[in-house]
Design a protein around this ligand. Structure first.
Ligand code: ACO
Length: 322
């Protein structure tokens, strides 16, 4: 299975760190020095399926494939438009992919790699020939804008790839995992259990927003990147010098710098765009891939590692030949 097209879409509204310091007690100095983030895109009304559909149409155009010929749509998101239907079904309607099987998956920032793995298994088992995989988030509707330690980190956006069955190499290896015992480190409740028979006192509205234990996630992220890269290379004949780029989940520059130091590799090998978009969760890796593709930095045969970590806690790592 290989990637035959990429696309992305981010909202127009760009919010710089200095803009945030006008609405909360923070500063460009604090945000930049602790995270590397300079600005992020924030939805001015568009929902996750809107962003996802726009990224998807670009990916289809890049892949030169008609929406009607797509067999499978998977949207990786933690910020769906609805509980029912899935965002993927809404995207199916918006882009006219009338022949697709469509569903969402929830694996937070690792969601895009989970979706690639699922699509690979659909293709290997001959259930489909191709798939449209989208990571899309409107996290601005889920962050607690009163919690300066989390709201400054996130942004809205969507990225998409089209994959198809291929004898050429493409996705050489992929591995995913989860550590459910750490689920409390990053959470956002969907809704409260309320019905005519429940007499419990109403829960705090703040529980319906994202809460994160920054330090725990930081440690998990550094270990995940280092172990993911070491382990995926162990199974191959390649070593780190053969890898042209590492595309990490774009959460925090310090996480990436720590991982590079632990791995003793040049931080320049990591593709970074978090300064522009902040942490867009499941969208961050496909947005980065599309940016690299459009800039022409990816050459046929390049070996690339994608590595992600996020709520769950979950992780994923993939070795790709472009
Ligand atoms: N502006 C100014 N000051 C702030 C801000 C802010 N935006 N946020 C917190 N502070 C203050 C705190 O109140 C605290 O003040 P105090 O010492 O007076 O109590 C001080 O800054 C230090 O706070 P810490 O939480 O100790 O800061 P830390 O250096 O740990 O950095 C951060 C926090 C950036 C969140 C860090 O822990 C981190 O990057 N963690 C990883 C988080 C992450 O990347 N999550 C996403 C990954 S998972 C996913 O993508 C879904």
């Amino acid at each position: 299975m290989k990637i035959i097209g990429t696309g992305s879409y981010v909202p127009d509204l760009s919010i710089k760190n200095d803009d945030l310091s006008k609405i909360m007690d923070t500063s460009d100095e604090w945000i930049s020095s602790r995270t590397g983030i300079k600005k992020r895109r924030i939805s001015n009304g568009e929902n996750t399926s809107d962003l996802a559909s726009k990224a998807a149409l670009q990916a289809l155009k890049n892949a030169q494939i008609d929406a009607k010929d797509i067999d499978l749509i998977i949207v990786a998101t933690t910020s769906p438009d609805y509980f029912v239907p899935s965002t993927a079904c809404v995207v199916e309607e918006k882009i006219g992919a009338v022949n697709a099987i469509s569903f969402d998956i929830s694996a937070a920032c690792s969601g895009f790699l989970y979706a690639i793995n699922i699509a690979k298994n659909f293709i290997i088992s001959n259930q489909c020939n191709n798939a449209l995989i989208i990571g899309a988030e409107v996290l601005s509707k889920l962050v607690d804008w009163k919690d300066r330690s989390t709201c400054v980190l996130f942004g809205d956006g969507a990225g998409a790839v089209v994959v198809e069955d291929s004898k050429e190499s493409g996705i050489l290896d992929i591995t995913i995992g989860s550590e459910g015992e750490k689920w409390k480190a990053l959470k956002c409740k969907s809704c409260f259990v309320e019905n005519p028979y429940v007499t419990n006192e109403k829960e705090n509205e703040e529980n319906l927003k994202i809460h994160m234990s920054g330090k725990e996630i930081f440690k998990f992220a550094v270990n995940t990147i280092t172990n993911g890269i070491r382990n995926i290379l162990k199974d191959t004949t390649y070593n780190i010098e053969d890898i042209k780029y590492i595309v990490p989940h774009q959460a925090n520059l310090r996480i990436i710098e720590f991982a590079a130091k632990k791995l003793k590799i040049d931080p320049e090998k990591f593709y970074i765009n978090l300064d522009q978009y902040g942490n867009t969760s499941g969208a961050s890796i496909p947005i980065a891939l599309d940016e690299m593709n459009r800039k022409g930095v990816l050459k046929k045969g390049d070996k690339i590692i994608l590595v992600a970590f996020g709520g769950g806690l979950t992780w994923g790592c993939s070795l790709i030949e472009w």
